[in-house]
Design a protein. Structure first.
Ligand SMILES: Cc1cc2nc3c(=O)[nH]c(=O)nc-3n(C[C@H](O)[C@H](O)[C@H](O)COP(=O)(O)O)c2cc1C
Length: 193
């Protein structure tokens, strides 16, 4: 069920590369969203996590990142795989988002994870690691078909994801939107009580 309430999503690529397929995938998804739904693509470029530098004096970049996630209805992570795992830059961003303990902006946040790779394996091992980290927080993972995009170099051209994979990924994005809307509605009811 799609509602008339605007839904603000944020996207997080697991790559800093200028021509990143992960960011291109997020940009393609943004172009296919239903009406009244937006997607802001965040940068994972944050200082290395240091507990001594966390808390009220955390850097402006970190506070802005946490606020962007907090003010969103849901998050889409698109990650490559580095050495059979998630890239350090993504793990670092998730570590910042995971704190303060028990008050993380990701607790109960609906999150869809997508992995991309030039290999046919599609980054499936990085995908599993990201899920594991999100479960520890715990965020609310979108289940169902695992969206892994193998042979991505052949599926993105001029920065746009191939239509058949876009349609496949959009089925999960639409589930994320529904989950985000019901989570936001429940939070609004809770705030009224
Ligand atoms: C350090 C490093 C390790 C990599 N390890 C893997 C890997 O284990 N599995 C894989 O499928 N691709 C691996 N790749 C290839 C990346 O998936 C590929 O460079 C991808 O396009 C990076 O994502 P991006 O386009 O979003 O920057 C690796 C690339 C780098 C730079």
């Amino acid at each position: 069920m799609m509602s008339a309430v605007p839904t603000r999503l944020v996207g997080l690529p697991g790559s800093l590369r200028k021509e990143s397929f992960s960011r291109a995938t997020l940009a393609s998804l943004r172009g296919s969203l239903p009406s009244r739904t937006s997607l802001e693509i965040l940068s994972p470029e944050l200082p290395l996590y240091n507990e001594d530098e966390d808390g009220n004096h955390a850097s402006l970049k970190v506070r802005q990142f946490r606020n962007a996630v907090a003010n969103s209805a849901g998050l889409i992570i698109v990650t490559p795989e580095y050495n059979h795992g998630m890239p350090g830059v993504l793990k670092n961003a998730l570590d910042w988002a995971s704190r303060p303990y028990g008050k993380s902006v990701l607790i109960d946040k609906p999150v869809l994870v997508i992995s991309v790779s030039p290999a046919f394996t599609g980054g499936v091992r990085a995908h599993a690691q990201v899920n594991e980290t999100l479960l520890s927080i715990p965020a609310r993972l979108v289940g169902g078909a695992q969206v892994v995009i193998g042979n991505v170099t052949k599926k993105v051209s001029d920065g746009v994801l191939d239509q058949s994979f876009l349609s496949f990924a959009m089925q999960s994005v639409n589930r994320l939107i529904e989950l985000s809307r019901s989570a936001s509605a429940l939070a609004a009811i809770g705030a009224l009580q």
